[in-house]
Design a protein around this ligand. Sequence first.
Ligand code: PEP
Length: 260
Amino acid sequence: MTTRRIFVCGNWKLHKTVAESVELARAVREAAETVGDAPVDVGIAPVFVSLHPVAQVLAGGSVALAAQNGYWEPEGAFTGEISFSLIRDVGCTHVILGHSERRHVFGETEEEIARKVRAALDADLKVIFCIGEMLDERERGEAQTVVHRQVTSGLEGLTAAQMDRVVLAYEPVWAIGTGKTATTDQAQEMHAFIRSILKESFGSDLANQVVIQYGGSVKPSNAAELLSQPDVDGALVGGAALKTDSFAAIIEAAVNVARN
Ligand code: PEP
């Protein structure tokens, strides 16, 4: 039997002013109060400069606060970087790492991402570790090979205690911000494959506990169907997390799935 909870997290990317972030965070806090005792967790990942005021809005509530990136060194001459200990210090419990925009727009390598994962865990953060193939890789039949390599390079050698603080987010790059969603079959197939990789590396018990989110144009109209798949345990939501109504509707869909 699995005890996995559904985890819905909004990735705000480079959107919203500080004032807008505070306003949306208040609305998300309110929406998350409707979760009640359903096994659903909610999180948001604003831009760095909004983390402090948003942490104050979320204080004492149930909404998790995530950063969208971080740097592995704790301090030093690294102009423009933010350490994981500072991310923790500002009130975050989570950090998103390996997002496809970090990989493909900013050229982060698998080695760098793996280093960040370890440093974030050392700083006592939970990691939302993103993986996913590009369209040409899927078309060449290489989706599983790519995802296998990303999972093993990012997580290899982690202890069970560290894996306890890792959430995976499968985000096919061709579905992010494009309006295209993987079919429920495509999502379930890849999620089951990812869980099988985790079984190989960490054993069945641990693999069955790991939350694997789906990301890629999740919206109110497709959330329930995606979340109903046996290996889809949550959603990392970009565009639809920027408006209260759509994000609240996705939370509601998660609660309905969790209760059924
Ligand atoms: C994301 O930001 O990780 C994402 C999946 O974006 P969108 O929901 O807009 O596709």
